[in-house]
Design a protein around this ligand. Structure first.
Ligand SMILES: [Zn+2]
Length: 461
């Protein structure tokens, strides 16, 4: 790292080096973006929303009205103007995306026009979600888009190749991304949780990670969100077991049965549908974001439960279905949006009395989710839970395992890749610091081979 000490200062005069600009996501959970430059080529990794800032904006206004500038000023998208200051903006060859979560893709419609020569590269599912967001928000991007398969490698310039390596997380078709350069490999390790027994799709491609370690990984950026937690979160098979328990506890043949989860968690939705089928109720999916993600999964052949559900998107149809459920509540099982109490979600609208359906004592609601540990979400969910309990709804919360690896997963990642330098990301300073301690167990020295960064900082290797 150059900026800190004299000896490394000399290395900045070398003709070529690997420069990493930690644009966003290094001080908070959200607005992930990292840019890497070697020679005259730059690659951007992810361009996401800072969701708490987006929620705050949405509380007051219609979201589609926002401009790039307004979002940037609100801290809702990465402050990528730093790339102009560095003189990198016209050198960006590709914007490569790891997975379909909004904190990784949300800013694409707003910032990609700044890099017209850059090709946007993502998995079939991730690209389908990006396209669906653009369509819903009536926006366009003019960049070339390239759908890339897991475990594929692509030349993006004379001196750079980019490789997408299958990993597991909490949505489908998640990739680690390796940038092959003449300075060595830059490895982008966001987001992941190693699940060796996934209930949909394959386990992570450990074999390729080991191969890359032999080729020489120079820098690893890692998902350090839970680097301070020893206990493994558990794989999706554990969540499946929790769901089975929750369904067995949901009582009342004539009571309503609702379940809410992350709309992007296709694997979880598959497991929910599996148990929902056993209730012999008709399975209804309600809400805009569920539609977005489930239809994206259908469009790329990744929705094994497509013909087992009825998917309803538009408000008028939703209301007429909720009226039917109100009249015959034992007949349906509803999967809906609103686990974070998002404004305009189905649960939000029901508790505000804006729908023909009202919860009654004895109705069941399962939260197959956890509250995202940021202030606005926590506050909104507390309020929602209180209202629901006052209505007499039987709540089962936290029927969930999260999708970020713990300290053990990070240990495995370092052992697999044996990177020369490590940088924790995807968290606040407090969340990233335990990763530095972990790295020291492997002999990494803080300030020399392990680096704590912050938004907008430039590191040179
Ligand atoms: Zn994620």
């Amino acid at each position: 790292m150059v900026s800190m000490n004299k000896s490394s200062y000399h290395s900045s005069t070398r003709s070529c080096q690997m420069e990493v600009c930690t644009v966003g996501g290094y001080e908070e959970v959200g607005k992930n973006m990292t840019a890497v430059k070697v020679g005259e080529d730059v690659v951007i990794f992810d361009a996401g929303f800072h969701l708490p800032s987006v929620i705050e904006l949405q509380e007051n206004e219609v979201f589609q009205q926002y401009t790039e500038r307004k979002l940037r000023n609100a801290g809702a998208i990465p402050d990528d103007l730093i790339l102009d200051k560095l003189g990198w903006r016209n050198k960006v060859k590709a914007i490569v995306i790891g997975h379909a979560h909004l904190d990784h893709i949300g800013a694409i419609p707003y910032i990609s026009q700044r890099y017209p020569k850059a090709t946007i590269m993502a998995s079939p599912f991730t690209m389908a979600v990006i396209d669906s967001i653009l369509e819903d928000d009536k926006m366009r991007v003019h960049n070339t888009k390239k759908v890339v398969q897991a475990n594929s490698i692509h030349k993006i310039s004379e001196n750079m190749k980019v490789e997408f390596i299958h990993t597991t997380h909490s949505t489908i078709q998640c990739y680690f991304i390796a940038l092959h350069t003449k300075e060595g490999i830059f490895f982008y390790g966001l987001d992941f949780k190693f699940d060796n027994y996934p209930t949909m799709g394959n386990p992570p491609n450990y074999k390729r990670m080991k191969e890359l370690s032999k080729k020489g990984v120079k820098v690893l950026v890692a998902d350090a969100l839970y680097s301070g937690t020893e206990k493994k979160p558990g794989g999706e098979a554990i969540a499946k077991h929790l769901l089975q328990e929750a369904f067995s506890r949901a009582e009342g043949k004539n009571s309503a049965l609702f379940i809410t989860t992350f709309s992007s968690h296709i694997e979880r939705l598959k497991n929910i549908v599996e148990f929902a089928q056993k209730t012999n109720r008709q399975i209804i999916f309600l809400g805009r974001s569920l539609n977005k993600y489930v239809n994206s999964a259908i469009s790329v052949g990744q929705c094994p439960f497509a013909n087992k559900i009825k998917l309803i998107k538009y408000r008028r149809q939703i209301n007429s279905f909720l009226a039917k459920i109100e009249r015959d509540r034992g007949r349906y099982l509803v999967v809906c949006t609103g686990h974070q109490a998002e404004k305009g979600s189905i649960l939000d609208r029901i508790v505000k009395g804006e729908t023909p359906f009202k919860f009654k004592p004895g109705d069941n609601l399962i939260f197959s989710s956890s509250v995202i540990p940021v202030q606005p979400n926590q506050m909104l969910r507390e309020r929602l839970d209180k209202k629901l309990r006052n209505m007499g709804v039987k709540l089962q919360t936290n029927v969930h395992v999260h999708g970020h690896g713990s300290r053990e997963d990070l240990r495995d990642l370092i052992e697999l890749l044996k990177p020369k330098h490590v940088i924790p990301a995807h968290g606040s300073l407090e969340q990233e610091t335990p990763f530095i301690e972990l790295a020291s167990e492997f002999g990494y020295k803080f300030g020399e081979t392990s680096h704590l960064s912050s938004n907008g900082k430039l590191l040179k290797f």
